[in-house]
Design a protein around this ligand. Structure first.
Ligand code: SF4
Length: 159
């Protein structure tokens, strides 16, 4: 089956499906903001270049990159909720959600890679701060990593 979604549209569809699965798992968020204070809470956010491109579409709220924080967290809240990547969507510190996020994350990482293959988009998976520094340095993504014509028809993503 063929369809005419762009890669970006397909990625946003994937995010919408992911959000539905997360909502079904019903984790609690108490707005602690710890998910976005990486060093303080000992975690690292990884994402694909295509996810970084969507996240960074409007640019950064600041040119100062703090290794401890995500620049999109302002006053304890995410200011990039519609564009945030898979890793942000699956992460909750709710102890009752322990283990569930990992299962959902694996499922969607597989789908995300499948999406890259379908659109022939190179898979570059790095830390958020790698992409942030690159964005500040170059002002845009490397040309070699620019996705191909997003209007090409593709097969439907399974799952
Ligand atoms: S994009 Fe939003 S949810 Fe993800 S780390 Fe940054 S502030 Fe947190």
């Amino acid at each position: 089956m063929k369809e005419d979604r762009t890669f970006r549209e397909a990625l946003l569809d994937l995010y919408a499906n992911l959000d539905r699965d997360i909502a079904a798992a019903n984790p609690v968020c108490n707005l602690s903001g710890r998910c976005c204070r990486f060093k303080e809470y000992g975690h690292t956010l990884f994402l694909s270049r295509s996810e970084a491109n969507v996240l960074l579409e409007p640019g950064l709220p600041t040119k100062h990159i703090d290794e401890n924080l995500c620049p999109f967290q302002i006053n304890g809240l995410c200011t990039a909720r519609e564009r945030r990547p898979t890793g942000c969507r699956v992460y909750f510190c709710d102890p009752n959600y322990a283990g569930v996020g990992e299962v959902i994350s694996e499922r969607y990482m597989s789908r995300l890679k499948q999406l890259h293959n379908l659109f022939d988009v190179p898979w570059h998976y790095r830390t958020l701060h790698d992409f942030l520094h690159e964005h500040v340095t170059t002002g845009e993504s490397s040309a070699e990593n620019t996705p191909p014509d997003p209007h090409e028809s593709i097969g439907q993503l399974g799952g």
